[in-house]
Design a protein around this ligand. Structure first.
Ligand SMILES: [Zn+2]
Ligand SMILES: [Zn+2]
Length: 289
């Protein structure tokens, strides 16, 4: 949709390529159905697509030195297949109904759905960053709560079936956990929408995409030189979350390291890293002799 100057036919903005495509997706169709299809299909493509590089890496011997846990091997074809089937079932049975409820709630909170122009890139980046911060804080406390005795036993234990996780295992979780942690993902955009009245679906979809990238990488079990935490200060990444799966404690946050640092839930992790570093130093000294 073009915005026109008064008394003239010169458009203020012409829809760009992506805005035109976005408009054509919704034109003449049911907005709720298009939103549902867009979120569900993009979720499937991004989640499983993001796992593919790690599945390929599993088959390349020279990359195995980047596996964080060298002794515990759980990324076997059998386990990957088991997790793939469970996650696919979970997407259809548990996540799809949640996504069905997304459109009416988003409209209620005033989210812009089919309209263009899109927000500016700086605005989108700022909002996505805000959602990362909100989700990380929510996730930290919800995840810490899920480690409380009965909650762990009946809900979170399933996700911890893998002490040496792999990408596909990111969403291998009990449906109640999916609901609780999913609230952190969608809660930020809805609260922001309610507070500011200024949020577009395209920003929400961008946020969900980046959140999926984060979750799969955190569970990948690989610490490559190019892994996000090696170039983005404060980012948790695979090395941080892998320890949580290995030790069943500490490192409860998901995207950033600061909450575990502030609330003192990274002490065992820090001690482990120091121990590993001194072991490596001793080994190098022994080899040099
Ligand atoms: Zn946990
Ligand atoms: Zn995990």
């Amino acid at each position: 949709m073009c915005t026109f100057l008064s008394n003239t036919t010169i458009p203020l903005t012409t829809p760009n390529f992506f805005e035109t495509k976005w408009q054509s997706l919704f034109e003449g169709r049911n907005e709720a159905l298009v939103t549902l299809a867009m979120i569900f299909i993009s979720h499937e493509i991004i989640y499983f697509g993001r796992c593919i590089p790690y599945l390929i890496a599993d088959k390349i011997p020279s990359l195995q030195k980047y596996k964080i846990q060298q002794k515990t091997i759980q990324n076997t074809s059998e386990n990957q297949w088991k997790v793939f089937r469970y996650v696919l079932m979970s997407h259809f049975l548990f996540e799809l109904p949640m996504i069905v409820g997304f459109h009416p709630i988003a409209v209620y909170f005033g989210m812009a759905i089919a309209s263009v122009p899109f927000p500016s890139l700086p605005k989108m980046a700022a909002q996505v960053f805000l959602f990362f911060v909100f989700e990380d804080f929510f996730h930290y406390w919800a995840h810490r709560g899920l480690h409380y005795g009965p909650f762990y036993k009946h809900i979170h234990k399933l996700h911890h079936e893998w002490s040496a996780p792999f990408g596909l295992a990111a969403e291998y979780a009990h449906p109640i956990e999916v609901l609780i942690l999913g609230t952190g993902t969608i809660g930020g955009p809805l609260l922001w929408c309610w507070y500011s009245g200024d949020l577009h679906l395209v920003t929400t979809v961008t946020w969900m995409t980046l959140r999926l990238f984060q979750a799969v990488e955190a569970h990948s079990g690989y610490d490559f030189p190019w892994s996000t935490h090696n170039w983005l200060p404060g980012w948790s990444g695979s090395e941080h979350h892998d320890y949580h799966h290995m030790a069943f404690t500490n490192n409860f946050s998901t995207s950033f390291r600061w909450w575990d640092h502030i609330f003192g839930t990274n002490k065992k992790y820090i001690a482990y890293k120091e121990r590993k570093a001194s072991e490596l130093k001793a080994l190098k000294a022994k080899k040099a002799m």
